[in-house]
Design a protein around this ligand. Structure first.
Ligand SMILES: [Zn+2]
Ligand SMILES: [Zn+2]
Length: 160
């Protein structure tokens, strides 16, 4: 079987660390991954936690316990976007609820009657808002520029 451009079995000696490949009439240097035994495609990176190379690697997410890359980036983005909208919704309507009830029975009585609404839920939402909405804003910025978190952090860009 003729080996694929990036894949191949090298049973005798390991191939060079870096090799030049021609992709879309451009010469691109590709690094060899000794763990996965492949020449890493452009924009791919090896994740030490998942122990494999990930195509269009974005980052390893400790919260979902998985890598975010080419095949799940859109689901990750939709997840944080819907989570942002849900947090904004809960935050807003909890405040609206407390405000409307306060008009009837007063603010302190509202806190006494529904302690779960204002102090806990609003506070949790307030702190979640900064991190989740901030993350969504950052990823919207990355999508607009066709960049990954990995490229943004390492300042290495490769466009083919
Ligand atoms: Zn690898
Ligand atoms: Zn990973």
């Amino acid at each position: 079987m003729y080996p694929l451009p990036f894949l191949g079995t090298f049973s005798h000696r390991p191939p060079p660390r870096i090799k030049n490949f021609q992709i879309n009439n451009q010469i691109v240097k590709l690094k060899y991954c000794y763990t996965c035994k492949i020449f890493r495609p452009p924009r791919a990176s090896h994740c030490s936690i998942c122990d494999n190379c990930v195509e269009r690697f974005d980052h390893h997410c400790p919260w979902v316990g998985n890598c975010v890359g080419k095949r799940n980036y859109r689901y990750f983005y939709l997840f944080i976007l819907s989570l942002s909208l849900l947090t904004i919704y809960i935050f807003t309507f909890n405040i609206v609820y407390v405000a409307l009830k306060s008009l009837k029975i007063g603010f302190l009585n509202t806190l006494k009657e529904t302690p779960g609404t204002y102090p806990s839920t609003v506070l949790i939402c307030f702190f979640t808002l900064w991190s989740v909405v901030g993350l969504t804003g950052f990823h919207t910025f990355l999508v607009a520029l066709n960049q990954t978190t990995n490229e943004d952090v390492s300042r290495v860009f490769l466009f083919l």
